[in-house]
Design a protein around this ligand. Structure first.
Ligand code: ADP
Length: 684
């Protein structure tokens, strides 16, 4: 019972308070999102929250309620309430009421359906034929629209729902209404295709319309509005209720053109960038390539220069070595020749001693001759003048002769010269350059004997139809590994030192190598210092493909000459040489006459038909030996002509035979050789 009494007292107290509220303010119950009744019939909205914030601020006793717009206006007019919230202020304020400061600005705008229109503009409205516009019936606004397009037609609506729904009709060009309210309904009805045209018309302030009886209420509201604006509460309420309806939704379709253009520009720029990048990259690549090529070229040039420099230094070194060597190689035998001839001249020595001295003089002469021949051979090889003269060669015979030749030298040195009879599968003639082959083998055997002090020098060979292979092995001093390549170069010796104790010009191996190459062969070396060396030579049988030389037919004559005595003509301009020949030939010559130039030779042969043999010097005044021979052959085909020259080369021999000489002998003329040659003639 007591409990019930207390409850009743509380209700009464509350009612009295309510009844006696200081102020009453009403809002329209149907103006979302500003003020309206929600589905629970509670009054909510932007204006309501603003007022509640002010009430909270001043703890003022204000009763808030809602109602039909017309009714609440009447209530204010009849002083039943103190103020109306959410009131659009008229253009000119009347003095009957107090209007607070504006709580918010509202505006009207056109709204269109983006499904039908990609873009809306006043120009579009102006030029449209009889556009149909849905809107509230309002004279001012009708006037505004007809001022844009006089043919405009209208579809009047009485609610915002109808207004927003009208936008779905295809015959409706656009709708015209309060922007925030229309967008609120568009959102509620899920019409995201409703787009407001951003041209705001009929901008008005909305605020509180207050009775003149309560000016202090107007002050409270004005101050309150100012405070909540300043402290951020206003912004919060605005964001909650209005912001989302006020901002323009993005109309992608409207922007599609712009987007396309921008995309196109971006793509074009991107492509241009790509192209520029590609061009740049290509340029950079090319430049890098060029630079790399330049660098490579530079380094090649540098390497070449380096090599040239090394070569120059090497050749400088070699030149000095060569000069020293040559000087040594010429002076040493000269020393022997001059020294011993002097001894022979001045003192009376026993005939044994004299023979020994003469032997030394001869050896020295041969050594000098070897050096000179080597120099000539090398110079011919270097100039490319040397050509192989291929003819049939009896290899076995040549090898036997070579071994016989060196046997004496080997035994003098206390060395064994082993000649291993090689295997032979040769079934057809062997063709090569005999002179060069002999020269190669001579050099190698000579070196073997020269650089070996004890043991042996061995020559082994294998002969086949394809090639002949030689192994020249010695048990000599060997060749250091680092010298094994260079010793084949001109003037190079493994040991340059003067104290090396080995005579030689450093040319033998380079000549051998050059000859081997000319004959399409191969030359290899295996050597170990202190143990010995093996030189391997392979010379191919060149009987195919190369034109063969016809060996000149030997003439058969002087058969009738009795007692080995010959009528001889010596064509020689040099007195010393003539004297030597005359002395050498005394035993076999019946009569010797002399010519000192080519012309004289021809004359003498014409006038002395009994001349059997002419020793024809090639180098003579007026007519040289070749020309003289040619002239003689015109009238005398039988006289035997022996060409004699200091030019040792093979091509001089060939030329001599070609002009009509019968044989050939090189200077310095060896008496034995000459007599053998003459004996052959006589025998024949
Ligand atoms: P030369 O013998 O006139 O010095 P070569 O060209 O024939 O010139 O040889 C070059 C160098 O090679 C020789 O000086 C020598 O140092 C080295 N050589 C050649 N053959 C032999 C060998 N059989 N044993 C050791 N050294 C050799």
């Amino acid at each position: 019972m007591f409990h019930k009494i207390i409850s009743l007292a509380l209700v009464i107290t509350f009612s009295i308070c309510k009844l006696n509220a200081q102020y009453t303010i009403q809002f329209s119950d149907n103006y979302p999102p500003y003020n309206y009744l929600n589905e629970n019939k509670e009054l909510v909205g932007f204006n309501v929250d603003l007022l509640n914030a002010i009430i909270d601020l001043y703890k003022t006793d204000i009763q808030i309620s809602s109602g039909n717009w017309k009714k609440i206006n009447n209530a204010l007019a009849s002083d039943k309430i103190d103020a109306i919230g959410g009131f659009h202020f008229p253009g000119s304020l009347d003095s009957e009421y107090i209007y607070t400061r504006s709580a918010i600005n509202t505006s009207h705008c056109f709204l269109f359906n983006s499904n039908y229109l990609t873009k809306f503009s006043l120009e579009y409205l102006r030029t449209s034929k009889k556009p149909l516009i849905a809107m509230w019936k309002n004279d001012v606004l009708i006037h505004y629209i007809t001022s844009i397009n006089p043919s405009a037609q209208f579809l009047f609506v009485t609610s915002y729902e109808d207004l927003v729904n009208a936008i779905d009709r295809e015959d409706v060009t656009c709708v015209f209404g309060q922007r925030t309210g229309a967008m609120y309904y568009a959102k509620q009805l899920n019409k995201d295709y409703v787009i407001p045209f951003d041209h705001r018309i009929l901008e008005r302030s909305m605020g509180f319309k207050v009775s003149k009886n309560v000016p202090e209420l107007a002050s409270i509201l004005n101050n309150g509005l100012e405070v909540i604006l300043a402290n951020g509460t206003y912004q919060q309420i605005y964001d909650e209720w209005i912001a989302k309806y006020d901002k323009s939704p993005t109309n992608w379709k409207e922007h599609i053109e712009t987007i396309l253009i921008i995309s196109l520009i971006v793509i074009t720029l991107f492509i241009l960038l790509l192209i520029a990048n590609w061009i740049l990259q290509t340029k950079v690549r090319n430049k890098t390539k060029d630079l790399r090529a330049q660098l490579e070229l530079n380094s090649e040039i540098m390497t070449e220069l380096e090599q040239e420099k090394n070569k120059a230094q090497e050749s400088d070194r070699m030149k000095s070595a060569f000069l020293a060597n040559m000087s040594h190689e010429i002076r040493t035998p000269m020393n022997g020749i001059l020294g011993f001839t002097n001894l022979l001249k001045t003192v009376d020595y026993s005939s044994e001693k004299q023979a020994q001295f003469i032997d030394i003089i001869q050896k020295s002469g041969h050594r000098m001759l070897d050096t000179i021949n080597n120099i000539i051979d090398v110079s011919k090889l270097e100039s490319g003048l040397e050509k192989p003269s291929i003819k049939e060669v009896n290899i076995q015979k040549n090898i036997t002769e070579l071994c016989e030749f060196f046997m004496h030298e080997a035994s003098e040195k206390g060395l064994h010269l082993i000649f291993k009879e090689g295997s032979s599968t040769l079934s057809k003639p062997f063709y090569t350059d005999e002179y060069k082959l002999n020269s190669i083998l001579t050099n190698l055997i000579k070196n073997g004997l020269k650089f070996t002090h004890e043991g042996y020098v061995e020559l082994k060979y294998h002969l086949s139809n394809e090639a002949v292979e030689f192994w020249i092995k010695d048990t000599g001093i060997g060749i250091p590994l680092d010298k094994q390549k260079t010793i084949f170069d001109d003037f190079v010796q493994a040991d340059y030192s003067h104290s090396s104790g080995y005579e030689g010009s450093g040319l033998g191996l380079s000549i051998s190598k050059g000859y081997v190459e000319l004959l399409n062969g191969a030359l290899k070396l295996e050597s170990e210092t202190g143990k010995g060396s093996i030189f391997y030579v392979r010379i191919p049988n060149l009987n195919n493909g190369i034109e063969l030389q016809k060996t000149p037919q030997k003439k058969e004559f002087i058969k009738s000459t009795p007692f080995y005595k010959l009528n001889m003509l010596i064509a020689e301009d040099d007195n010393m040489s003539f004297l030597y020949l005359k002395t050498s030939l005394e035993g076999v010559a019946k009569n010797i006459i002399r010519a000192t130039n080519g012309k004289e030779v021809v004359e003498l042969v014409k006038n002395n038909t009994d001349i059997d043999v002419i020793l024809m010097d090639v180098k003579m005044p007026l007519l040289n030996g070749y020309e003289a021979t040619k002239a003689i052959r015109k009238f005398n085909k039988t006289v035997y002509i022996i060409a004699q020259t200091a030019y040792a080369q093979e091509n001089f021999k060939q030329e001599a035979i070609a002009v009509g000489c019968d044989s050939y002998i090189s200077k310095p003329i060896d008496q034995d050789q000459l007599l053998k040659l003459l004996a052959k003639i006589i025998i024949n």
